[in-house]
Ligand binder design. Structure first.
Ligand code: RP5
Length: 162
């Protein structure tokens, strides 16, 4: 995207992309400029710190950070910026994402991470929450969110069973 990315979607591994592309798809649908990067808290620690430290000066307003296992990417990102950081725990093979959830959600007081659900629902909701945050100063995004909610409700009400 040519516009400066308002949202950065970071993930610890390319193996997270199948899930995190859903964040990107939601942002795309709402027309929110964003960029997606693989950056790891433990495999590329200095590059992760450098990227996140400079995000605010590049115009980024929200960071979405996804990681699996005990990787703790969202907390590491939050340590390097005052931008809101939304954490998405990846569904891990061994513990079904409970490890990812706890390592993301259980931040000690002082450095917050807004943690979403494990896996795909968390990926989609992280994007919707990022849009709501951006919407605080962008009425057009609030309008799009209202329209999205209406369409979703209408779809539910049209459901037929049996
Ligand atoms: C974490 O380790 C990543 O976020 C990923 O969810 C998990 C496994 O990574 P790979 O071994 O598949 O690269 O850092």
């Amino acid at each position: 995207m040519a516009e400066a990315p308002l949202v950065a979607i970071l993930m610890g591994s390319k193996s997270d992309w199948e899930t995190m592309r859903q964040s990107s798809e939601v942002l795309q649908k709402f027309g929110v400029a964003h960029e997606c990067r693989v950056l790891s808290a433990h495999r590329t620690p200095s590059q992760t710190a450098e990227y996140v430290s400079q995000a605010e000066s590049r115009g980024t307003e929200v960071i979405i950070a996804a990681a699996g296992g005990a990787a703790h990417l969202a907390g590491v990102c939050a340590a390097h910026t005052i931008l809101p950081v939304l954490g998405v725990p990846m569904e891990s093979a061994s513990l079904k994402g409970m490890d990812s959830l706890l390592s993301t959600v259980q931040m000690p007081a002082g450095i917050p991470v807004g943690t979403l659900a494990i896996g795909a629902p968390g990926a989609r909701n992280a994007a919707l929450l990022a849009i709501a945050i951006l919407g605080g100063s962008r009425p057009e995004l609030r309008d799009k969110l209202r329209a999205f909610r209406s369409e979703q409700a209408e779809k539910v009400l049209r459901e037929t069973l049996g």
